[in-house]
Design a protein around this ligand. Structure first.
Ligand SMILES: Cc1cc2nc3c(=O)[nH]c(=O)nc-3n(C[C@H](O)[C@H](O)[C@H](O)COP(=O)(O)OP(=O)(O)OC[C@H]3O[C@@H](n4cnc5c(N)ncnc54)[C@H](O)[C@@H]3O)c2cc1C
Length: 667
């Protein structure tokens, strides 16, 4: 790891970046995953589990582990680690752990159970995920994910998660994009909610037993690294404003994705990047930040002052048919457009997968038809998702049973009844495949700092398949981390205690408080939201569904100016020693203004297209993403070098022994 003496006090000060050209990044030593065992891929996880050192049950209570986050990843990890006997200190910024963003997940969770006997297997889930990610994920991790997927369903059923069942009582499944089997388990359109309640029950039991010390409404604002190891965090009590430090033998970040850097996204409004970004600034490499997922089925934006977008679950593509008028500029209402004047473009272009092509492909296809002037609704930025056939075939009651809550949500937001008229949908930012770089043990480049769930980068490559995020979060939290963290703690049993006056702790706490004071003291005229909106719009325009060299350079030129303007013009009303949501937002925007720059640089340097990262210069004759495996078959892990300073790129070469990279075809 390179040292960054310049990354000291006030690194976000505009002076700091003067003269530095951010695009002149250097390439450092490759980063290697040294934890995945060799041998046949089916045996690697068993081998790792056997080789992992154990902590004697009587010794576990002597170890404290910090877990930041209580979504599916953090909730399951906290409950499991506490069940094992560790002392867990856990954080979330919501008023209750069960309000984590995971509760919003709708459509389902994948598992290779093959209950349908439709040809599914662990190998097929592994294959589909590597291919779906456009061959930019690590094979060992993805295989483990597929193996563990079957255990997750058993675990959740044992907890009482009310998965949908068929008439005979067996668990029901449905299809999601990019696959031809039905492996997605679901609880109507509320799968995340039901799974989170399962994890939350398990966590609550451990809170009541005194094994988990829960700090709700407390936000991590920095990472404490002592003697090169993660030993704690700095966090702010959001009610009293008190900034404190917390110590542990290891720190786990389960803080979710960073999609809200785009301002408008389907993520919960408060989801943010601060935990991972602050860890990055303290030495954790950030991998593939430009791999962001744009979901094809969101309710279109309705106006300039909107602050949030709403997802319509991918599960709707099981029965809904996507179409636009064949004629550009056809403004007739959908019921007046006859069948032979409609273009069911996904069924036409991709007959094998039809409406269930992966998200990156469906999103680009929607953008293309809208660019041709065939989009529907205000501004022509929409396509139809039509249930008329499904209602005719299955009956309204059956459709309502499967998707009722989603239809109701759509009607409440748009005022249109999707049982009567097709839904209108358009792509929007939804998920981030990039995140903190982790090895097979889910450990970052800072020893003792682990990242799980959407906060890490591992399993989805350049495009995540639907219903795979919940699978990954729960695999990490219930099964993987509890094994690999054991190993770390067993090997580091004698860590010296750390206290607030430690020379590597006190300055970080001081720096955090000073940053907040500076935000409050600035007598500017712009709100945190106005900056958030501006950086989001910039990213959407130049680093959204399509990216090119000129646009990315424009964004990279504008971001430092915006950062400078932020520190000159920011206005945060109120005080710091009570609830102050403007202060919370402003502090998050500080981090967005740096993360956005890395995101654009990553997109600029990757001159290939892959998955959700579409460089217009790199496409096949059919307009599909054209990968450049010779040049880019690696994960890009970036090392921080100071605000506005060119970061260092460390490449992790991706080796494909089992799934041979090909041009993805869903035709
Ligand atoms: C609308 C929607 C629907 C979705 N549907 C599906 C689906 O059907 N299937 C699927 O597989 N995936 C789905 N996804 C994706 C999936 O929901 C997420 O990827 C997943 O829930 C992320 O879980 P997580 O535990 O990693 O993080 P989150 O659930 O985002 O939890 C983050 C936690 O970290 C805490 N936190 C964050 N930062 C800090 C900080 N600085 N200090 C303290 N605490 C902090 C938060 O309080 C929270 O507890 C959907 C996503 C959206 C937006």
């Amino acid at each position: 790891m390179t040292e960054h003496p310049e990354n000291a006090e006030h690194p976000e000060h505009p002076e700091h970046a003067k003269g530095a050209r951010y695009t002149d990044y250097s390439v450092g030593a490759p980063v290697a995953d040294t934890r995945a065992p060799g041998g046949p891929i089916e045996e690697r996880w068993n081998t790792r589990r056997f080789e992992a050192k154990l902590v004697n049950p009587a010794n576990r209570r002597k170890h404290t582990v910090i877990v930041v986050g209580t979504g599916l990843a953090g909730g399951s990890a906290g409950a499991t680690l506490a069940e094992q006997g560790y002392h867990v200190v856990q954080f979330c910024y919501q008023d209750s752990p069960r309000r984590a963003h995971s509760i919003a997940a709708q459509g389902g969770i994948n598992a290779a159970k093959n209950y349908r006997n439709d040809g599914d297997s662990v190998h097929r889930l592994f294959y589909d995920t590597v291919k779906g990610g456009d061959f930019r994920a690590r094979e060992s991790n993805v295989h483990r994910l597929a193996e563990v997927s079957v255990q997750i369903i058993d675990q959740c059923v044992a907890q009482g998660v009310p998965f949908a069942r068929e008439y005979g009582g067996l668990l029901d499944t449905r299809s999601f994009g990019g696959v031809q089997v039905q492996r997605t388990f679901y609880a109507r359109g509320q799968t995340g909610q039901q799974l989170l309640l399962g994890a939350y029950q398990a966590l609550s039991r451990q809170i009541a037993a005194g094994n988990v010390e829960m700090h709700a409404r407390t936000e991590m604002l920095d990472l404490l690294v002592v003697d090169g190891r993660a030993r704690g965090i700095v966090a702010r009590d959001l009610i009293t404003g008190k900034v404190s430090s917390y110590f542990a033998d290891a720190v786990v970040l389960a803080s979710g994705g960073y999609g809200n850097v785009f301002h408008l996204s389907t993520n919960a409004k408060n989801s943010n990047a601060t935990a991972v970004w602050r860890a990055h600034r303290r030495g954790a490499y950030f991998a593939n930040p430009c791999f962001t997922q744009i979901h094809p089925t969101c309710i279109p934006r309705s106006g300039d002052h909107q602050s949030k977008l709403t997802l319509m679950s991918e599960s709707l593509r099981n029965d809904g048919r996507i179409w636009v008028p064949k004629q550009a500029g056809d403004s007739r209402s959908p019921d007046r457009i006859p069948e032979d004047e409609r273009d069911y473009y996904l069924e036409r272009l991709y007959p094998s997968f039809g409406n269930l092509v992966p998200r990156d492909i469906a999103s680009r296809a929607a953008k293309n038809v809208c660019d041709e002037g065939r989009g529907v609704g205000p501004g022509g930025l929409g396509v139809y998702l039509d249930f008329a056939d499904a209602i005719r075939r299955m009956g309204r009651q059956a459709v309502a049973e499967k998707y009722g809550n989603l239809f109701e949500m759509y009607q409440r937001i748009t005022g249109e009844d999707p049982y009567q008229v097709p839904m209108r949908i358009y792509p929007a930012i939804h998920y981030t495949m990039g995140g903190l770089w982790v090895d097979y043990d889910l450990q970052t480049t800072v020893p003792g700092l682990f990242a799980i769930g959407e906060a890490n980068f591992t399993d989805h490559g350049a495009n995540r398949l639907g219903a795979s995020a919940l699978m990954q979060g729960l695999a990490d939290g219930y099964f993987v981390l509890p094994t690999t963290l054991n190993d770390y703690l067993a090997r580091n049993a004698g860590l010296a205690p750390v206290a607030e006056d430690h020379p590597e702790v006190a300055p970080v706490v001081r720096e955090t408080s000073e940053r907040l004071d500076r935000l409050l003291a600035n007598d500017g005229d712009r709100s945190p939201d106005s900056f958030h909106r501006e950086i989001g719009e910039l990213l959407w325009e130049f680093c959204g569904m399509a990216r090119d060299d000129a646009g990315l350079r424009k964004a990279l030129a504008r971001i430092p100016e915006l950062r400078e303007e932020f520190w000159r013009r920011i206005k945060v009303p109120g005080v710091g020693d009570e609830l102050n949501q403007s202060l919370e937002k402003a502090n998050r925007v500080v981090d967005y203004l740096e993360l956005a720059e890395l995101l654009c640089l990553d997109a600029l340097h990757r001159t290939e297209s892959c998955g959700g990262h579409f460089r217009t210069e790199s496409q096949t004759p059919d307009g599909e993403a054209a990968r450049d495996d010779d040049a880019f078959s690696y994960a890009a892990a970036w090392e921080f070098a100071g605000t506005g300073h060119a970061p260092v790129l460390h490449k992790e070469d991706l080796v494909f022994e089992y799934v041979h990279p090909t041009q993805r075809s869903y035709t």
